[in-house]
Design a protein around this ligand. Structure first.
Ligand SMILES: Cc1cc2nc3c(=O)[nH]c(=O)nc-3n(C[C@H](O)[C@H](O)[C@H](O)COP(=O)(O)O)c2cc1C
Ligand SMILES: [Mn+2]
Length: 476
């Protein structure tokens, strides 16, 4: 059986049974789903949440599937962070071409013309100041107008009646392709795919692939089986046959922009209002018992989800320019986007900075790179900042690069004239590796390794306080 959202849910239930919670009470899609996510997040918990009863729709909502790294790791049959990063990379190196099938579960219900109403779907408002309901969990497929290649990205979609906004980062492949449609004055067809195995969304929502397309092939590599695709009903497009729901549509003129936003984004801040093109919906295809898979924006899921594909593909990119790189991590503290920690096996001076340059080059969203020696665990921020504190001095270790294109959703980003919000970042490399020459390496303070190895659990008793007290009394 082809893998999909449902096969993954059963894997979660097997591996982490207490991770899945069904909320029996009816919820309001306006902020009601968010309330449950926040209730758990405030206790540092990230269960998958299923809402069978959602106001004004027959379709149940599932959210938070990708909010725990353990579950992302499980999706590629791994457990630890380094294991998952390396395995994702291995599978990315063995892409599998998709197969085209005649039909699939997503075609159980086919709605076209006036029947294709987005109002049938849950109208989820994630955060209080959001400009309206949004879909922010979809892999959106566009085709390169020059080559016909399919490209998939996650781009947030504001719902305005039966029209859907498309907000693409200026540095996304999607934006580049939209520029081509604009130059060619051609309408742009769009398929919005909701609900599938994480392999699909991890490919769409963070993997840094070297050129346009490749996301279907990466999904296949991650799943170790070809992704099955079906033909769309109303547009010239292929999309996953085993998705839960697909919305088909067209942007008739990509140069016509309309107000979009506000929207709570990955920095856990609102990103303000923007202008984007809107999609005219032409069809909706779905399973007869479709589940609407949501991603909880500006909360843990939004942040954690992109971490694995980014770490894995950044590692490959950075390594391509600095062979001595061992591992790359993106700390959740910087929303798994803005900061990158790189571990290197340093043999020559200057390699720390070269790895840092490669780190910044991997993605404009990365604003800060810290490079550390191989004994520092990049998944442990305390170790990283210990190295920064005690192995480097900022006059020689820090490099600032002002005015580069960066993250337009980061509220600290400025416009070219710095007077207002924009897409420009000043980016920084901190090389926290020991210099090879000219400095004597200082020994790290530790006890005896030999004695440490001899310490055994049989040497002590836990909580034997009464005995200790009576011994103390006896000795007085
Ligand atoms: C949950 C989630 C939401 C995202 N939302 C957006 C978005 O609204 N706009 C955007 O340009 N990128 C967004 N991204 C990042 C892109 O999906 C990602 O950069 C992707 O690789 C872009 O693909 P492309 O370069 O092929 O266009 C989001 C990622 C995640 C994980
Ligand atoms: Mn792409």
């Amino acid at each position: 059986m082809a893998q999909d959202l449902r096969t993954f849910l059963s894997e979660i239930i097997n591996a982490y049974p207490s991770d899945v919670i069904s909320v029996e009470k009816e919820v309001d899609p306006r902020l009601g789903i968010t309330a449950y996510v926040e209730k758990f997040e405030n206790q540092k918990l990230n269960p998958v949440l299923f809402f069978p009863k959602v106001k004004n729709t027959k379709i149940p909502v599932l959210t938070n599937v990708h909010s725990s790294f353990d579950r992302l790791a499980l999706s590629i049959q791994t457990k630890t962070k380094p294991e998952a990063v390396l395995e994702f990379g291995n599978r990315a190196d063995q892409p599998i071409a998709p197969t085209i099938v005649k039909t699939g579960k997503v075609k159980e219900v086919v709605l076209t013309g006036d029947k294709a109403q987005v109002s049938l779907l849950p109208q989820i408002v994630h955060n209080e100041m959001d400009g309206g309901p949004y879909i922010c969990s979809a892999g959106t497929i566009l085709r390169d107008p020059e080559t016909g290649v399919h490209n998939v990205g996650i781009y947030r979609n504001q719902i305005k009646g039966n029209r859907i906004g498309l907000m693409m980062n200026p540095t996304a492949h999607g934006s580049h392709m939209m520029g081509l449609y604009k130059d060619m004055k051609k309408p742009m067809e769009v398929a919005i795919v909701v609900g599938h195995h994480p392999a699909f969304l991890l490919s769409a929502g963070g993997a840094r692939l070297p050129g346009i397309g490749g996301e279907f092939e990466l999904t296949g590599g991650l799943l170790k089986e070809p992704l099955e695709l079906v033909k769309a009903e109303t547009i010239d497009m292929l999309y996953p046959a085993n998705a839960e729901i697909v919305i088909e549509g067209v942007i008739d003129d990509v140069s016509i922009l309309e107000q979009e936003g506000n929207f709570g984004e990955y920095p856990r801040y609102y990103s303000g209002e923007k202008t984007v093109p809107y999609i005219r919906v032409t069809g909706i295809c779905m399973r007869h018992d479709a589940i609407f898979e949501d991603v909880m924006a500006a909360h843990d899921e939004h942040i954690v989800m992109g971490s694995l594909p980014r770490m894995a593909t950044y590692l490959q990119r950075v390594k391509a320019n600095a062979a001595y790189v061992n591992m790359v991590s993106l700390p959740k503290s910087a929303s798994s986007r803005a900061a990158m920690y790189i571990n290197i096996k340093k043999r020559n001076d200057g390699e720390g900075k070269q790895a840092g340059i490669a780190g910044l080059a991997a993605d404009p969203n990365v604003k800060m790179v810290v490079v550390v020696d191989e004994d520092i665990d990049v998944f442990d921020e305390e170790q990283v900042w210990w190295a920064v504190a005690f192995r480097c001095e900022m006059d020689r270790s820090l490099v600032l690069i002002p005015n580069t294109i960066g993250a337009h959703l980061n509220p600290s980003s400025y416009a070219v004239d710095r007077s207002k919000h924009g897409v420009m970042n000043t980016r920084v490399i901190i090389d926290a590796t020991w210099p090879i020459r000219s400095f004597e390496k200082v020994p790290k303070a530790n006890g005896s390794k030999e004695l440490l190895a001899q310490v055994s659990q049989n040497d002590w008793k836990k909580g034997a306080v009464n005995e200790l007290l009576s011994r103390l009394q006896g000795s007085m």
